[in-house]
Design a protein around this ligand. Sequence first.
Ligand code: G3P
Length: 306
Amino acid sequence: MKIFVDTAKIEEIKEAESWGILDGVTTNPSLIKKAVESAGEGVSLEEYIKDILRTVDGPVSLEVISTTMEGMITEAEVLYDKFNGINNNVVIKVPVNTSMEPGDDDFAGIKATKVLSEKGIPVNSTLIMTPNQALMAAKAGADYVSPFVGRIDDHIRNRIGLKGGVDYPKGTYYPEELAVRVWEKKLETAIHEQKIDDIVYRDHNIMRMFDWANDDGFFSGVDMLWSIKQIYDRYGFDTEIIAASIRTDRQVRQCAEMGVDIATIPFPVIENMMTHIKTSQGMKAFCDDVIPEYKAILWGKDFEKA
Ligand code: G3P
């Protein structure tokens, strides 16, 4: 599995690069905002982006900001023309659907994806929340799709009533198994209390439960990835899946187990992936057990001074 870092902070990108594990970078307007805020006043954003591009020999996603097809195409061309010459690694992030309110154009993102891919500009189709969006983006020519794993967990947690009024911070363990059991329990109770016709056709609460993820029928963001992977494998799409909105190292492991192409991971989660209490304890025990004769071999007779 390729590892991308989901950040625009140059120090995080350089650190991950120095570990030899970095295959690419994904940014978005929110991540650029955070990076520029932490870099302080007087930073040239253009030079900053060029530094990112030079640091990693792999795809770097830069996102458009318009919500119309024409606007997104123009911006994609500006970004590509300005930056791709630096290290030939610019990918343009285009939201799969830019609409925010009923009545907005639902199809500008997919149309822009088609046009850009025909122009040979690589597209990362982002804000993917369903396998059907991923299917459409692949058909429109996206080189990458970015399904948002953590945000789907948040969404299901809310819909199924697991939230209980609590605002869970990012990185909180998402109990997928519990979500399945809560769902089954609710269904079982409904079946005991009502006739099946009432459940399926009349009870709006139950209908909402069936519909809680727009017919996607999965219980976690990781489940959504699995579904997208099945579809891509079945039809031999070349589009690579970038598991995005990753919040925990458990999600990264699940991505790797199912063979997702890429996970784009916030730097603190990458750091977590390297740590274990028993590794630290083992390290301490090894250091405590080193005998002087061994030090002398490794460091020479004057090892005390080393
Ligand atoms: O890659 C998308 C990512 O930056 C969004 O993450 O945690 O805000 O859902 P999150």
